[in-house]
Design a protein around this ligand. Structure first.
Ligand code: GTP
Ligand code: MG
Length: 459
């Protein structure tokens, strides 16, 4: 189970930097460090340091000086892992760091598994599993919003809500048990009405959290936005306009874009992954055909489709074909080229698909702000306040919440059917446990291993 041996890893990124850190954690962290680190100045020893202090010195392999380093000591339980931790801050070259790590491993430490430091923080009780997962999200965050949402979770915002829900369930359970044990002092008369109210409120709260799951995914990964349309309508121009740079090739030749092209962008704080595609039409050209198939396939994983039509050209059967592909996704219809004389029949399009229409010019940039506004209205209900809002960004959390919700629904059904209270406690307990599972209680070893192994080395 809980390995008490001493572990070590390179804690900084795998690129050359100004400094690089070797982190050592475990009961023997100080012993291991003493075998490789020699403080400068007579009579100094890292063993005599109070926690959170440092010494300057040399890393030595026998008599050979490997590097100069600062040795930072954090004593249990006040450290990242809750164990004794020593960080050797060396110069940042990768080869050098690997050499120091190798030396540390030869001196009594074991190479840490990915995520093992954070796992120890969890096993040491310093953080719960939602916070550990937040660390992981933070490391892999691709945008500012994802960072802020993970920091919120790291601070315990999600855990707090789950703990509140659980404490309500626990009180209900305790009351029912007391009443069953001691009917003279606790009465269950009229209690089911109160329980029903509380359970309904809990379901409501869980629903609110679950509703954030979709937004949570988009915060993490960016809204997958696919630009779709016939050849030459201005898809690549729109991508460039949204990115503010000439990323994709734009020419007057139909069929310029042959492959899909993916770029990350942030529009008014909303992270997007924008995918430009080949113009969809009937073609016999094999290269083009592959591009068209790719474009069609990209619809499947899209959170949003920007369906672009050329306002200066009448619609045709290719447009009909494209529209027939759009039935499930969120769509914004974009009428492009408004700087030219307009012939397109807007009403006809909105009769085919119900979606907001934005008119713009991808060439001049006119109308782009309307598209941005449309985006913010469509997602995140027009506002984005990640700071205080808790988002469910994790599939495991979503599953646990869904299960807890199901159990609570059964409690409500039981109340409706006037089941005796001790029956209700079965599902109340189940909901309590499912929510506990979110916080990492009763987490099987396998699951803990699976969660932590997704971490990177040194964390
Ligand atoms: N006047 C005008 N021309 C535009 C506008 N947007 C794009 N164009 C022009 O239309 C032509 C095609 O633009 P692209 O952005 O390459 O179109 P596309 O949809 O990516 O085309 P394919 O990659 O071939 O499918 C280019 O000559 C653009 O300069 C616009 O808003 N107004
Ligand atoms: Mg193009």
């Amino acid at each position: 189970m809980y390995q008490k041996d001493t572990i070590a890893a390179i804690a900084t990124g795998m690129s050359n930097g100004g400094i690089g850190i070797i982190r050592i954690s475990g009961q023997e962290a100080l012993d291991v460090a003493e075998r490789v680190f020699y403080p400068k100045g007579a009579g100094k020893s890292i063993r005599e340091l109070p926690g959170y202090s440092a010494l300057f010195g040399e890393i030595r392999d026998g008599k050979t000086v490997v590097d100069e380093a600062v040795c930072l000591v954090m004593l249990a339980p006040n450290s990242y892992t809750t164990e004794n931790v020593v960080e050797l801050q060396c110069h940042g070259g990768i080869v050098l760091l690997q050499k120091v790590l190798e030396l540390v491993l030869r001196s009594g430490a074991r190479a840490a598994e990915p995520g093992e430091f954070t796992k120890r923080a969890f096993l040491g009780g310093r953080i719960d599993i939602t916070q550990a997962e937040a660390v992981m999200d933070l490391i892999s965050a691709k945008n500012e919003l994802a960072v802020r949402s993970s920091v919120g979770q790291l601070k315990g915002n999600l855990s707090r809500q789950i703990k509140d829900l659980r404490s309500m369930l626990l009180q209900a359970l305790a009351y029912i048990e007391s009443a069953l044990d001691d009917p003279e002092n606790y009465s269950l008369d009229g209690y089911s009405g109160q329980l029903q109210m509380q359970t309904e409120r809990a379901v409501e709260q869980i629903d609110k959290l679950l509703q954030t799951a979709e937004e949570g995914k988009m915060i993490r990964e960016g809204i997958r936005t696919v630009i779709l349309g016939k050849p030459n309508v201005g898809k690549s121009s729109l991508l460039n306009q949204m990115l503010g740079e000439e990323r994709a090739i734009v020419t007057e030749v139909a069929g310029t874009t042959r492959d899909t092209l993916e770029e990350a962008a942030t529009i008014q704080g909303i992270p997007l992954t924008i995918i430009d595609t080949a113009g969809i039409h009937d073609t016999v050209d094999i290269v083009e055909k592959i591009g068209v198939d790719k474009a069609k396939n990209s619809i499947r994983n899209a959170d949003l489709i920007l369906y672009v039509v050329d306002g200066a050209r009448p619609l045709d059967k290719d447009d009909e074909q494209i529209m027939s592909l759009l039935n499930q996704q969120k769509v914004i219809i974009i009428i492009n080229k408004i700087d030219q004389a307009q012939v397109v029949d807007k009403l006809w399009i909105t009769n085919q698909i119900s979606a907001p229409v934005v008119e713009l010019s991808a060439k001049t940039g006119e109308g782009i702000h309307a598209l941005k506004k449309c985006l913010t209205d469509m997602f995140f209900h027009g506002t984005l306040s990640v700071n205080d809002q808790v988002y469910i960004t994790n599939l495991r959390h979503k599953q646990a919440l869904t299960e807890a919700r199901e159990s609570l629904t059964r409690v409500l059904e039981g109340i409706q059917q006037k089941m005796p209270e001790d029956f209700l406690t079965i599902d109340l307990t189940a909901a309590y446990e499912q929510l506990g599972y979110m916080l990492g209680e009763a987490l099987g070893d396998d699951l803990a291993d699976a969660i932590f192994s997704k971490f990177c080395m040194g964390k």
